[in-house]
Design a protein around this ligand. Structure first.
Ligand code: ADP
Ligand code: MG
Length: 677
């Protein structure tokens, strides 16, 4: 059995065991699965294949007595020649005077170091007497703590493998191993530590990547299923007839995609299951309309609803549009930081007494001093960070509302599922018909004046424009300088004929709000801005989006920015100013001019740049894997997700003997025991 204490392994005493425990290694199994974090690779290649300045390994025969020179106090240089494939190669070793005695003429040595192809010289970082036994040698390097060295842990693992490798049982069904060509578990464990070759290592990694993803997906999907089957919950018995009437009142009919999303959400609301669902859809795809229907449904079930948005401006906008949509069907209040004193107290009291049906506000509205009588439904707009913590706050108030997250950032489904864990995902992938496509152009920088003239003409016809500035990473200051310079340039160009506004991250919230308000009211015609253009802000009169140095943005970001226009009746334009140097940059501009579809774009972005762009590096909620890497192995993730779905759907864990080991593994590894939420 593998769950024996680590002291069972030869050479591990109490003291050593305590050190290992610090590293999270308590059992034999922990040791076997403590994988190296990297490998040193020594691979002997023919001289002709060595690349200049690469780290290389060569094997040769010493043909000259090493000569040692000292310089400075402790510094030394040892130079000698070796014969490789009949060619004399010079070797230089720094600060290793002791090696002189070990290197004798005719000795065979294996040298690793930086290769200088012009001088046929190697600067040795590592040397070993004798020949490298194999073509390649791959050395595991472990991350260590305290008194434990990489060498010591390597020994422990070697011993563990010797005694216990046979006890590493396969947990994946044979058919998966066959169809994905994966090595079995016990072979792969050994290869992770002591790979015989690069290929060997690659397959071992493939195996554990898949295994980790599958276990993760099974866990997520099981959690979701348990959550669904929970009997105590918050079923909202809404009134279907009224909800249908409400939908009839829209001046349009819902798109198929909207209807589908709506059905999914309503089904969740009706069930005792505590909904946690992500609603994705391009800007303007009609997410808000769907959300309004759900809010209304919740009200007909006798509950209250809340709509949370990231900024006060957005809160006000949503508040107004909700009031228009609901008319006298609901009592709606706006709760923001600027509502204070007596007014605030009265508002809060009415929320607590259930005189209010819907509260619109910023993030703080579920915290602080706000108490709901019976909160049934929460919508979180453009807010990825709302998570476990906020749900805890709600629970502590005795609330278990269904929560709907809305985002206009199209994230490929695979990534969404992984990044948002046990959330369900609904997608609105269809635009209401009759929308005018935003025309997107790619322009070179030397056409800037013409673009300004174009803006001037449109403004004269009562339209408005955004000019967004380059984003220079890690340099807030430069960003602002760019925006300020551009602002002055525009002021000069228009000479007061057009009102230009400036928006950047250093402004206070009040200043930002005031600029945005001026722009929304049409008092400012052209808004120069760093990327702080508020997400989701709605100024239907704005028809032009100019993005300066567009090659600095990823496709998804460009698309987000473009979504600020195209909201009104009039034809909108997006102008990308870019002189991309590389092919990828050009490709990105081309894709932008060719498609308006956010999901298509996000798939393209994934292909071009990998998934890293969709999330910040430290995006919380991304699970940590030992071997697998969400960013690089997302295809394996997708495969694992499908397999997990099939396993759960067909109850294979319980019914198919081929899945018996996997089932047991899940049970023994606390994968079921995790608390809901
Ligand atoms: P989102 O929240 O996804 O950005 P909204 O729900 O605000 O989109 O919808 C954008 C605009 O399109 C609104 O003016 C809305 O009234 C309108 N709209 C929503 N759904 C439809 C539809 N099915 N047909 C026509 N117009 C629609
Ligand atoms: Mg529910």
């Amino acid at each position: 059995m593998l769950n024996k204490p680590i002291t069972q392994i030869k050479g591990v005493g109490e003291k050593f065991a305590a050190d290992l425990a610090e590293m999270g290694i308590h059992t034999v199994e922990d040791a076997l699965f403590y994988f190296p974090y990297r490998y040193d690779l020594f691979e002997i290649k023919p001289l002709g294949e060595l690349i200049h300045e690469d780290k290389v390994t060569i094997e040769g025969r010493v043909i000259h007595e090493p000569s040692l020179t000292f310089y400075g106090k402790k510094r030394s240089r040892l130079a000698f020649s070796v014969e490789v494939e009949g060619v004399a190669v010079k070797a230089v070793m720094f600060n290793r005077a002791f090696a002189k005695k070990q290197l004798n003429i005719d000795d065979t040595v294996t040298l690793t170091g930086k290769w200088d192809a012009h001088r046929l010289q190697i600067t040795v970082a590592n040397f070993k007497k004798g020949s490298a036994n194999e073509q390649a040698s791959i050395q595991p390097i472990y991350s260590v703590k305290g008194d434990v060295t990489s060498y010591k842990i390597k020994k422990v693992i070697q011993n563990a493998l010797q005694t216990y490798r046979r006890d590493v049982h396969e947990i994946l069904p044979e058919r998966y191993l066959t169809s994905y060509k994966l090595p079995n578990r016990s072979v792969a464990v050994a290869s992770m530590h002591f790979p015989k070759s690069r290929i060997d290592l690659k397959h071992a990694r493939r195996r554990f990547t898949y295994e980790e993803f599958l276990l993760f997906q099974l866990k997520m999907q099981l959690l979701r299923k348990l959550n669904r089957e929970a009997t105590t919950g918050n079923a909202q018995h809404y009134d279907s007839a009224s909800v249908n009437d409400f939908i009839e009142c829209f001046p349009f009919s819902l798109t198929n995609a909207q209807q589908k999303a709506l059905r999914q959400i309503l089904a969740d609301m009706q069930s005792p299951y505590r909904m946690s669902r992500l609603l994705q859809g391009d800007v303007g795809s009609g997410k808000t309309a769907v959300a309004e229907v759900c809010l209304y449904a919740s009200i007909t079930a006798g509950k209250q609803g809340a709509l949370m948005v990231p900024t006060e401006i957005l809160a006000e906008q949503h508040f107004q549009s909700l009031q228009e949509t609901f008319g006298d069907k609901a009592s709606i209040v706006l709760l923001t930081g600027s509502i204070k004193g007596k007014k605030r107290r009265e508002l809060l009291a009415s929320v607590e007494k259930h005189e209010v049906d819907i509260v619109v506000g910023t993030h703080a509205l579920i915290q602080d001093d706000v108490f709901f009588a019976d909160l049934g439904f929460v919508i979180v707009d453009e807010q990825h960070r709302f998570g476990v913590e906020q749900r805890r706050v709600l629970r502590e108030k005795g609330l278990n509302p269904d929560v709907l997250f809305m985002t206009a950032t199209p994230i490929p489904r695979t990534l969404a599922i992984t990044a948002f864990g046990d959330m369900d995902v609904s997608v609105i992938d269809e635009m209401p018909s009759g929308r005018k496509e935003i025309e997107t152009y790619w322009a070179r920088e030397n056409t800037f004046e013409r673009i300004l003239q174009f803006i001037g003409k449109r403004v004269a016809q009562g339209e408005q424009a955004y000019v967004v500035c380059p984003l220079i990473e890690e340099s807030d200051k430069l960003d602002i300088q760019n925006a300020v310079d551009l602002y002055h340039q525009l002021e000069e160009f228009y000479q007061g004929s057009i009102q230009v506004g400036l928006m950047h991250g250093r402004l206070t919230t009040d200043e930002k709000d005031s600029v945005m308000k001026q722009f929304a009211d049409g008092d400012v015609h052209v808004l120069v801005s760093t990327t702080v253009v508020e997400v989701g802000v709605n100024v239907p009169n704005a028809t032009i989006m100019v993005i300066y140095d567009a090659e600095r943005f990823g496709l998804s970001q460009l698309h987000q920015l473009r979504g600020r226009v195209g909201r009104g009746e009039r034809q909108s334009y997006c102008i990308l100013i870019a002189d991309p140097k590389g092919e990828t940059g050009k490709e990105r501009m081309r894709i932008m001019t060719e498609t308006n579809n956010g999901f298509e774009l996000s798939e393209q972005d994934l292909k071009l740049r990998g998934p890293g762009d969709f999330f910040g590096k430290k995006q919380s909620g991304l699970p940590e894997f030992k071997v697998a890497d969400m960013i690089h192995d997302y295809r394996a993730l997708e495969t694992a997700r499908k397999d997990a779905e099939e396993i759960i759907e067909n109850r294979l864990l319980e019914s198919d003997p081929a899945f018996h080991q996997l089932h047991r593994y899940l049970e023994n590894h606390a994968i079921f025991q995790e608390k809901l939420d």
